[in-house]
Design a protein around this ligand. Structure first.
Ligand code: BTN
Length: 323
């Protein structure tokens, strides 16, 4: 841990109380002017620190930015965000960055996070609205020992983790729509973009991208009717860091089940949280579009869909819209 982070830790341990320059100087064995330089940097990062020549330093408030140190402080995960958090104030797309890092050999658990995306991407070439400090835009790297076909299960698993987080922290009633939409009152509050690199039948890496509209107060015209945020639904602003930490913690607990091949409870939870069985819909796949009735999802997370002429289709990947 660098000097700046050690000073921050000391101020956090004494949050709300003054810490004298003398005691910091003694503990860290650095000069008073060096302390001052580090404190100035912390202030530049958004920490509200009071300083007084007589009393020393007092940490009043941490920044709302998703700084790696703030994410790690209170993070209850074993590997997610533990092996590197790559932070950007602004970036094209966290999925893009995570894929580049994964290709360079970054380990499982590496987390890429930002305050704003200029080219945030959704599934099927859509864009993801990513305004400055309003939402959570993150991607992480996984290196599961699975066949490529199983990757879609990780998308479902992530959706369940996000839904559980929203249920426990915001009490919103969330509904999952196969495969990657998290909805509140029919509008999208979060989406997942899983991207995969394979070699023959081996998965090199999976990048899971999550966009979660936390405090977003307005959406562009073209998506306004379909998008929402926690703030717009509750009228309350939420701590992005708290939501993010909980999402990662819950994801990890489900991922651990997935790795143990104990996926059934996760699927059951997905089924409970989605209300699609018996509803009529349009499924768009790369092989074509079909209208019919949703029958459910099978043990592999594949959508079961009957097309009205007695034919049952298994849809591994596609887009479902209710009609
Ligand atoms: C979808 O619903 O179509 C998926 C949306 C995924 C958006 C997130 S935001 C962070 C990550 N980076 C991206 O470019 N996309 C994902």
């Amino acid at each position: 841990m660098g000097m700046k982070d050690q000073i921050l830790l000391l101020l956090k341990e004494n949050r709300g109380n003054w810490v004298s320059g003398e005691s910091v100087s003694e503990k860290m064995a650095i000069s008073r002017s060096a302390i001052w330089k580090h404190v100035r940097k912390l202030k530049g990062e958004g920490y509200l620190i009071e300083s007084s020549p007589k009393k020393g330093y007092l940490l009043r408030e941490s920044p709302s930015a998703l700084l790696p140190g703030e994410i790690q402080d209170g993070l209850e995960t074993a590997f997610l965000g533990r092996r590197g958090i790559i932070y950007f104030e602004e970036v094209c797309s966290t999925n893009q960055k995570a894929k580049e890092l994964a290709a360079e050999g970054a380990p499982q658990g590496t987390l890429v996070i930002c305050e704003k995306q200029t080219e945030g991407r959704g599934r099927r070439g859509r864009y993801w609205f990513s305004p400055w400090q309003e939402g959570i835009y993150l991607s992480f790297i996984l290196r599961p020992n699975i066949s490529p076909i199983e990757t879609s299960k990780i998308t479902l698993l992530t959706a369940v983790a996000v839904a559980e987080t929203l249920l426990s922290l915001t009490r919103l009633s969330v509904v999952l729509k196969w495969p990657n939409d998290i909805l509140v009152k029919g509008k999208k509050v979060a989406g997942i973009l899983a991207e995969i690199s394979t070699d023959m039948d081996v998965v090199n890496y999976v990048v899971i991208g999550l966009g979660l509209n936390v405090n977003t107060s307005e959406f562009p015209e073209d998506i306004r009717a379909r998008a929402t945020s926690i703030f717009m639904e509750t009228g309350e602003r939420f701590s992005r860091i708290r939501i993010l930490q909980e999402c990662l913690r819950v994801f990890e607990s489900y991922y651990e089940m997935f790795e143990r091949r104990a996926f059934a409870p996760v699927l059951d939870r997905y089924r409970e949280l989605s209300d699609m069985v018996g509803r009529r819909g349009l499924v768009e796949t790369i092989d074509g579009s079909y209208t019919g009735t949703v029958e459910g999802i099978d043990a592999d997370g594949v959508l079961l869909f009957s097309d009205g002429e007695g034919e049952r289709r298994r849809v591994l990947s596609g887009d479902l819209n209710f009609i």
